[in-house]
Structures are given as structure tokens and as C-alpha cells.
Design a protein around this ligand. Sequence first.
Ligand code: BTN
Length: 351
Amino acid sequence: MAKYPKGKKKHYQPKVKKKSSITKMNPDTFVLSSLLQATPHYVSGNHLADRLKMSRVGVWARVDKLRKSGLSIEASQNRGYRLAGEPDLLVRPLLDAWFKECNINYPVHLLESTDSTNSEAERLLASGEKAPFAVISQHQQSGRGRMGRTWYSPKGGNLYLSIGLRPDVALVKLRTFTLWQGVTIAKFLKDLTGIDSLMVKWPNDLVSGRKKVGGMLTEASIDCDQVRSMVFGIGLNINSSSENFPKEIRANSTSLKDLSGTEWRIHEIAAKLIKVCMKSCQECLLEDTGDQLQKDWKEMDFLKGKKVSIQSGKDVFSGSAHGIDETGGLIVKLKNGRQKIAHAGEVSLMR
Ligand code: BTN
């Protein structure tokens, strides 16, 4: 159970909202939104009853229902209610309260289970769904990674997120897309969690040392060198413990909890990550981010100066990694002093 901080003050009076905005909001979301705003303090039952035009008993029954969904809501006789903790499974009204907090105003589909959130986003795009939108699932039956690999996607504790876009840009815009997302997300997670070791391993891994904490997968549908629609997917290990991962990936995997020793609020991370990803998608597709990417990559580049071996199809070569060129390719300095650019392939670190 990830905790919310507890304050010393008696209770907090949430900002007065226009009554019309309350009536439009789901009452559960209104309750949780008020509790979130008040954190770390309490919100009085009277305030909630008054705003929801309900009796205090009605408010109590609603809070009780929210508790049954796994949320921990403390009640105190003369102070009211306080959000104390949240479970590892996503609870829709709390997610909506965080979306409100983060001003997210595009659709976010929350699924219990799906084959892959990237596939679900592709299906939605194909059926004409208005973009941008996001898809999250509590579980993936066949989450996929780069180069035909699977992405371990158990229920609870991790995030599986895809963003559907119809950008109408030239294909070349996608060359550095995942790298840009990677540095932006790694910086965001570093700031949020204080885990200083978070970096990006070319081209699509979020890592801490040699262990992977997240992976990104960008897939696009192209028409005459123009991107018709695309999906950006990210899997992030948050509160899972790598000791419970399948043995093939256990030694090379980690999670934010493993790295920090604390449980993270998955609803907060989901909402803030969607916000960050949407913004950086727009930046990369609509602006010239080349110089900024070079600067940020230098800061977040896990492979910098390391000895690597690259396997790209039948081509295998090794050398030391020296950042990225303007096309997003990995610059590898070979033993003979020449350099080679890797545009795709599998990078392994040499001991
Ligand atoms: C990789 O490291 O090879 C990329 C992993 C990407 C996993 C995410 S989880 C959400 C989205 N749905 C998928 O099927 N894959 C991506």
C-alpha cells in the first residue's frame, strides 16, 4: 500500500468550485479530488455533503464503497476524511482525480486486461478514435518489446501505457522520437523519485546500472513517407519486486521500489507520466529538438564511453560508445580508430 502524507492541521477547506463543475463530475471522483487537494490534511464530512447535496450518511456510504475498491481513507470524528493510501491496482475514480490535478483533458482508456496496450491503441486508431488518447491496462497477456521480445506484464505494481497519435509528419521525424521520449521520461522520473542512477540505454531502455526499469516501443503506420498514425508505448516497473520476475530476466531487471526501498503512488506516476509523454510527443513531432536532444543525451546516456558489442542483422561489431549522431544513430568508435554508426540492433555491454 503506497502512502499519502499525514499533516498536523485539523482540516482543510478545499477551494470553492462552481456548482456546475461538481454536478458534471462523478461523485466518487469529486470526493477523491477533494481529498487529494487537501492532502496531507482532512476534509470535513459536512463540506463533502454540502457540495454533493447529500447527507453525511450518504457521504460515509460513498467513502465506504471507495474503501472496498482498495483505497485507504481514514475517518476522524471531528476532522473528517483523509486519503491515507492507495493500492497497486489502478482505481478509476482516483486516476480521474489525479488527471484533474494534472489538467489531463484527453481520453484515457483503462482496461482490466488486454493483449498489448500498443495493439489496443492501434485498433482504436484503425477504428477512427480521435487522437491523441492514452490506453492503460492493469495487465497484458502478450506485452511486446523491441525485436520480437515479450514484455513481462503481471497484474499490479507496474504501468503499461500507450499513447495513440495521428501526427501527419514526415517519417524522418521518427528517427529520434524514442530517444527524445527516453531522456524526457528519465529526467522526469529522476526528479519525481530522487533516484539519481536513472539513465537511458540506447535506444529504448530506461535503466539503473545494468538493470532495466522500463522499456519503450514506438510503432507507426506509414503512407508514402508520411506518418499516418503512431503508438508510443512504455512499460515501467514501479512497485513490483524483481525477485518475483521470471528467472530469465530477473538478474537484469529492477523497479523503482527495488531502487529506492519505497512504494510509489502508481496513480500519481500514471497521470504525471501521461502528461509528460503527451507534451514530449508534441515537442518532438512539431518542433526542432535536435540540439536539445544532443545536450540531454550527454547527461542521460548510460552507454557513454562504455565498451559495447552491436549485433545488427548479420553485422556484428564492437568498440566504445560515444553518444548519438543527428539521426539518432549510436556512434561507436572501433579499435582501428574509425567510427561506425548503429541505426538498429542489439547492444550488449562488454565486461
Ligand atoms: C522493450 O524494452 O523492448 C520495449 C518494451 C515496451 C513495453 C510496453 S508495455 C506498454 C506497451 N504495450 C506493449 O505491448 N509494449 C509496450
